[in-house]
Design a protein around this ligand. Sequence first.
Ligand SMILES: Nc1ncnc2c1ncn2[C@@H]1O[C@H](COP(=O)(O)OP(=O)(O)OP(=O)(O)O)[C@@H](O)[C@H]1O
Ligand SMILES: [Mg+2]
Length: 166
Amino acid sequence: MSKELENKGIERIVITGCPGTGKTTLAEELGKELGLKVIHVDRDFIKENDLGLGFDKDRDSVEVDLEKLEDFLKGEKAIIESHLLCEIELKDALVIVLRCDPSELRNRLEKRGYSEGKIRENVEAEIVDYCVEKARENYSEVHEVETTDRDVEETKQKCLEIISEV
Ligand SMILES: Nc1ncnc2c1ncn2[C@@H]1O[C@H](COP(=O)(O)OP(=O)(O)OP(=O)(O)O)[C@@H](O)[C@H]1O
Ligand SMILES: [Mg+2]
């Protein structure tokens, strides 16, 4: 982490939000801008670090051992991104939850070729504020950033503003 952030008690930047809200894209951009390590907690990461419990065929998703994941990530000083991060507690984290209007989110997920079931599950999670509610249970302060009418650059700028104001 940069000295400036560490002086403010921030050891890691956590980026979470429903699938398709733009976490991976934003984390890369922020990592370049701030010169920080970026950890993508995606399927490969779960596999490589043996953090999985099995594969749920119906939901086409990997079941993750959240306790193990929390333990694995707790010492990492980096930008960490995943929809799973709203489910765990990491100390000294600046938490950003990306948001997206459901119809735009549907467009993004359709472009990925997701099944209707998987699109619906993710869009419904966004509609009921799933990630942000969970994040509020697990972290003392949570910053929501809207991506619907912002491009990647504008989203990054908004996050830099939040980071500089903490
Ligand atoms: N700020 C943004 N504004 C508009 N579109 C964006 C933005 N960020 C990402 N996108 C687009 O939305 C799609 C999803 O982005 P991305 O893969 O970064 O999402 P994600 O949150 O990492 O999803 P997942 O949780 O499934 O990994 C991509 O097509 C990307 O180009
Ligand atoms: Mg991603």
